[in-house]
Design a protein around this ligand. Structure first.
Ligand SMILES: [Zn+2]
Length: 310
């Protein structure tokens, strides 16, 4: 898909074909007068696909001057160190920055979630040299050649999360939920250890305010693609956060184990999918981009460590 925000600036959606499934993880390519920017660079495991896409545009890895990360989870940022090695500056939320330079804690946390599948899922993660990390404050304009981005602090999925506004488009990372091409079905990615549904609700409201005052009309979640109906998307997202919050409060009142919660969460997700008439193949891509067991673990931890902490 190609979107033309202005006569000068084009956004290209690059499909990283994660785990051989099309439409799960995107990287967005925006050419400028001195090369090109990537919004999200995906994991190390999909670098070969990403560089092949660049070649189709006549670009070499060294033409990428800047990578903007919505947050540092491996499916969004895993290859950042490799891009830094090719010369790119890596733009990131101040809370995420230290983990790019010294990724030990980030990798240990991911290893607790993914175990022995770490490498096959995410590939290599190289640290980003301090000198190539660019940290921005909330709302601080990011000027790259003839491009202008504005970061919005949007916690809830992670504390280190920015959405970026650019040319009537909001790159919503994971705070904007997961929505696969051609569908009007949203899911929330809720991995441990930082999800917070109250912060999530406030971040969605912040994005909706920006949309209402005309800052953008399109929304581009990393999972996956650019949608022209940002208003509908944000309304559906606000509803989903609220429904999820109510569901979590109801289920957690009985103090289920992670295993029980996982079973209940899968049932609830399947019921929503049936209601919205998803096919089996569509459910599979949602599950690959955002496994239910991961969200169940995130919810369980959130309830005990944040929501119900003494
Ligand atoms: Zn994430």
């Amino acid at each position: 898909m190609t979107i033309r925000p202005t006569t000068q600036q084009l956004i290209h959606t690059l499909d990283l074909n994660f785990m051989d499934l099309p439409g799960a993880i995107a990287s967005y390519l925006i050419p400028h007068t001195g090369g090109a920017v990537l919004v999200e660079c995906g994991p190390g495991s999909t670098l070969v696909n990403l560089t092949a896409h660049l070649k189709e545009f006549g670009l070499a890895p060294g033409d990428i001057t800047d990578v903007l990360l919505t947050h540092i989870h491996l499916d969004h940022a895993g290859s950042a160190g490799w891009w830094a090695k090719q010369g790119a500056r890596i733009h990131v939320h101040p809370v995420g920055a230290p983990h790019l330079a010294n990724p030990e804690k980030l990798l240990a946390s991911a290893e607790r979630i993914y175990g022995e599948n770490m490498h096959s899922l995410w590939g290599e993660f190289l640290p980003v040299p301090q000198a190539q990390i660019v940290v921005h404050q909330d709302q601080e304009p990011i000027e790259i050649e003839d491009l202008l981005f504005r970061p919005l602090d949007t916690p809830g999925h992670a504390y280190h999360h920015y959405a970026y506004i650019f040319a009537e488009t909001c790159f919503s990372g994971d705070i904007g939920g997961i929505r696969l091409a051609g569908l009007r079905h949203l899911r929330l990615p809720m991995p441990p250890p930082e999800i917070d549904l109250e912060l999530w609700r406030a971040s969605v409201e912040r994005l909706a305010q920006e949309q209402r005052r005309g800052a953008f009309t399109r929304i581009a979640p990393t999972h996956f693609g650019i949608y022209a109906d940002a208003e509908w998307h944000l309304r559906a997202l606000a509803d989903l956060v609220q429904q999820t919050d109510a569901w979590v409060s109801r289920q957690m009142a009985a103090d289920p184990s992670i295993e029980e919660l996982n079973r209940q969460f899968i049932e609830w997700t399947e019921a929503r999918s049936q209601q919205e008439r998803l096919s089996q193949a569509e459910c599979q891509v949602y599950e690959t981009a955002n496994p239910s067991w991961m969200s169940a673990a995130g919810i369980h931890r959130y309830w005990h460590k944040t929501r119900n902490a003494a």
